[in-house]
Design a protein around this ligand. Structure first.
Ligand code: ZN
Length: 106
């Protein structure tokens, strides 16, 4: 098992921090006080699509192989990535379930 060099560890840390900053900005839009402007609503609509795209991409990458393992993690499927996505998407306290329930009631 190789160990990261200090320079690589720093670079990976900066990359992770940069990604978290982007996610934090998206989260701030949802939790900001006050009314949303038209621009806020347009941004939120785009963000929903972008976030769903990210989740779909992760699920597509972490798919089940005939061996019974994840294609990426090589762990027994469902791997931790799929398990985390499943827990969030299927949580009845979250909006993924609520929106599906509302649509089926129409
Ligand atoms: Zn995986």
């Amino acid at each position: 098992m190789s160990t990261l060099s200090p320079a690589s560890a720093d670079a990976f840390g900066l990359l992770r921090e940069d990604l978290y900053i982007h996610l934090e900005e998206a989260d701030c839009l949802a939790t900001q006080d006050g009314e949303w402007s038209d621009d806020d609503m347009q941004t939120a609509r785009g963000l929903i699509s972008d976030l769903v795209l990210a989740l779909r991409g992760l699920l597509a990458e972490h798919r089940l192989q005939p061996t019974g393992n994840c294609q990426i993690c090589t762990l027994v499927w469902p791997c931790p990535v799929v398990t985390t996505i499943h827990a969030i998407v299927k949580d009845p306290e979250r909006q993924f379930v609520a929106i599906l329930r509302a649509r089926s009631d129409d």
